[in-house]
Ligand binder design. Structure first.
Ligand code: NAD
Length: 367
């Protein structure tokens, strides 16, 4: 029997509502499958500020470093708009990511069959789509120095950001990419702008070298602008796309929208492997949705699909992850939908009704 330790951080807004449904799913797995969960619940973001006076308490961070994986809801909301910048809810999440050195951000773009008609692209282009964007998260132009807005001696003003990557930062991201491709469909697109950027030339050189260690994986290099075009022209050509922080930010949002609602999008952020385990944070892509918080309208599936990623990548429980994803497909196929994905003419269900339907689907499929 496997034992997995989990830290749950519901956060703010709809976070507690979606994590409540996830807790029921976790309980179902503990009761029906070969796994036990050692669960700790704590606050992050605005909820932590209200309780501890800081968006990430030292004790919470310590727990985060000790567990096998973390699943969070979302942070932020208008209640904390006037709080000092370093104490704002988002600062807690950024510190958590930095402290755990979560450099690899995984954003799947999977088109759930029942939602294929909801995509902005033709159904045949996205039906069956299953791609994974791997974005470098802790370096590149968002962090590079020097940066700023300055005045030149001749009085002209200018702004600058610096795109800088160490070899080791590119290398470790690509190793994660090739590993993921080897567990998926064996194809990796390394995406940069080697035609116009030195960091692109460097990235391509390293990808070629690291790729030689993975002879079973097909490596293709692609310019980021072409990748953006290909994502909307023929997205099914991709398996894993590995790219830097800036291009990954843009391409992952573009790919996400191929698949429908924000309420359906999971993500994972992984850190370095130490003694065989990786720090890992799983979270829905959406925010705290203050406009619907407390109304029972939130779609919990992005968070539940994030947990499926946790089963797959942190606990190596592939069959359980498949089961959970199949349960999501069953519920959607039965036209049980929250308001954000509701089918025409079918009354939407509440957050907890969606949770109940999912539990029932798990029991039905687990024969
Ligand atoms: P949002 O993702 O919270 O909401 C955007 C829209 O999508 C809203 O209309 C919302 O009702 C809807 N929506 C989002 N998630 C949904 C779900 N699960 N089910 C149904 N509908 C859903 O983005 P926003 O409004 O720009 O930001 C709100 C707050 O969330 C801000 O404070 C922002 O800083 C924060 N935020 C946090 C994270 C995070 O915790 N990682 C990410 C993004 C935004």
């Amino acid at each position: 029997m496997k034992n997995a330790s989990l830290l749950l951080l519901p956060g703010d807004g709809i976070g507690p509502e979606v994590i409540a449904e996830l807790s029921r799913v976790i309980e179902w797995f503990a009761q029906h499958r070969e796994v036990t969960f050692d669960i700790t619940l704590d606050d992050l973001g605005g909820a932590a500020y209200d309780r501890y006076g800081t968006p990430l308490a030292d004790d919470t961070l310590q727990k985060a470093k000790e567990v096998d994986a973390i699943v969070m809801g979302s942070v932020g909301g208008p209640k904390w708009d006037d709080v000092a910048r370093h104490l704002r809810p988002e600062a807690g999440l950024l510190t958590l990511r930095k402290e755990l050195d979560l450099f690899a951000n995984l954003r799947p773009a999977t088109c759930r069959p029942a939602l294929a008609s909801a995509s902005s692209l033709h159904e045949e282009l996205v039906s069956g789509l299953d791609i994974l964007i791997l974005r470098e998260l802790t370096a590149g132009v968002y962090f590079g120095e020097p940066r700023g807005i300055e005045e030149m001696p001749d009085g002209r003003r200018r702004a600058l950001d610096t795109q800088v990557y160490f070899e080791s930062e590119i290398e470790r991201l690509l190793h994660v990419g090739f590993d993921l491709a080897s567990k998926r469909n064996g194809k990796l697109h390394s995406v940069e702008k080697a035609n116009v950027m030195e960091t692109g030339v460097f990235w391509r050189e390293i990808a070629t070298r690291v790729g030689k260690e993975y002879p079973a994986i097909t490596l293709e290099h692609m310019y980021a602008d072409n990748c953006a075009m290909q994502l909307v022209r023929a997205p099914k050509q991709f398996d894993v796309i590995a790219t830097d922080n800036l291009f990954g930010d843009i391409l992952s949002d573009c790919a996400a929208m191929l698949t429908g609602s924000l309420g359906m999008l999971p993500s994972a952020s992984l850190g370095a492997e130490i003694n065989g385990t990786r720090a890992a944070l799983y979270e829905p892509v959406h925010g705290s949705a203050p406009d619907i918080a407390g109304q029972g309208k939130a779609n919990p599936l992005a968070t539940i699909l994030s947990f499926a990623m946790c089963l797959r990548y942190s606990f190596d429980m592939q069959a359980d992850a498949d089961l959970l994803e199949s349960a999501v497909d069953k519920v959607l196929g039965d036209n049980i939908r929250t308001i954000d994905i509701a089918a025409k003419g079918v009354a939407p269900v509440s957050t907890s009704e969606m949770g109940t339907a999912l539990i029932n689907a798990l029991s039905t499929l687990d024969t």
